[in-house]
Write a protein that binds this ligand. Structure first.
Ligand code: DAH
Length: 344
């Protein structure tokens, strides 16, 4: 019995020393395998219990259990200590040197036509309008017929386009979105803006491009009149160009509206006094609008005896050019970084 207890004391000292001296995870695992595994002496010594008297068994049993418990605890503590030290070491090694020069990333800008499109849309969204998109590839029926522009109508001449077949083309304006929205809403009240690209067979010059962007607006309800249209556009212009701008409606013609108007805004350059920018008229034409033609309402399923509405078509490049004093529409599409990087 005595020698068993001495043996235990000896093991306790030996293993405690080993654990205390260990400085790496690897050493610690070696110690575990050699001294704390199932086959290690500290565990195999349990079999001695069988050969002891009951009193001895109680003394030795308590002793061996407390020794084992102590050693496992010691092992656990050391293991945690080494883990923490390893982590600190790793973090120290991976420290970032903030004084190093950074990598130069060049970030792109947003094309002014998209900046202005979003700005216009946001103004109308604030007024409670919903955004709906039409289709770039449109049928003759929607692009022309439903917009009250039948075959051989003279206004088709100004809107030649790129045709896929006799009846399928790249839309020449966003107005066909009006018909698509009316068909979808089937008699409900409508308040939408429809942005998108349009295409025409045009000779490109400072103010014309074969591809351009429009935002169509459509409001259909009951007892809607020209006053509502004027108030809406006046608010839009003031939000877009500032509270000092005034609009005026000039009589015009579009097949899909009656009456039709051109909307002009007082020139910001000369405050309406007349200058080269406004060709000495004091005003700049910026969009077409009007009261939705009864036939257009009827063709898309709205009874013109009950419903009335207004529509407008905004040329986004036009607004962008005024907004940013861009002298030539082609700059918007030429992808010249010297131009584009001004819009970050
Ligand atoms: N669709 C016309 C164009 O492209 C613009 C336009 C004028 C749209 C009057 C409208 C409108 O909705 O009422 O020239």
């Amino acid at each position: 019995m005595k020698e068993h207890l001495e043996k235990l004391d000896h093991l306790l000292k030996l293993i405690t020393n080993k654990i205390e001296e260990a400085i790496s995870k690897k050493q610690l695992i070696e110690i575990r395998n050699a001294y704390l595994s199932k086959k290690a002496e500290i565990n195999t010594m349990l079999s001695i219990l069988k050969s002891l008297t009951p009193e001895e068994r109680s003394v030795f049993g308590q002793k061996i259990n407390s020794v084992r418990e102590h050693l496992f605890q010691l092992y656990e503590q050391k293991s945690n200590l080494i883990d923490r030290a390893d982590l600190t070491d790793k973090l120290n090694k991976e420290q970032i040197d903030l004084s190093l020069p950074s990598v130069n990333y060049t970030s792109g800008g947003v094309n002014p036509v998209f900046l202005v499109r979003d700005e216009i849309l946001n103004i109308f969204i604030e007024m409670g309008y919903e955004v709906k998109e039409g289709r770039d590839v449109e049928s003759d029926y929607y692009n022309f017929e439903l917009m009250n522009i039948p075959k051989n109508h003279p206004s088709r001449d100004m809107q030649d386009s790129f045709y896929f077949s006799e009846s399928l083309l790249l839309r020449t304006h966003t107005s066909p979105a009006q018909a698509r929205v009316m068909e979808e809403k089937k008699g409900e009240l409508i308040k939408v803006v429809c942005p998108g690209k349009c295409y025409r067979r045009d000779n490109d010059d400072m103010t014309h491009s074969h591809q351009f962007m429009q935002i169509e607006g459509l409001l259909v309800g009951q007892n809607i009149n020209l006053g509502h249209l004027k108030a809406t556009l006046d608010l839009f212009i003031k939000k877009m160009f500032g509270p000092k701008r005034e609009i005026r409606l000039v009589s015009s013609y579009f097949p899909f509206t009656e009456p039709s108007v051109e909307v002009e805004v007082s020139c910001a350059e000369c405050d309406g006094q007349g200058c080269p920018t406004c060709k000495h008229t004091g005003y700049i034409e910026i969009l077409g609008a009007g009261m939705v033609h009864p036939d257009v309402l009827k063709m898309s399923g709205y009874d013109p005896e009950i419903y009335s509405g207004f529509a407008f078509g905004i040329g986004v490049e036009r607004v962008a050019m005024l907004r940013y004093q861009i002298d030539d529409i082609r700059r918007i599409y030429q992808n010249d970084v010297r131009f584009l990087k001004q819009f970050k």
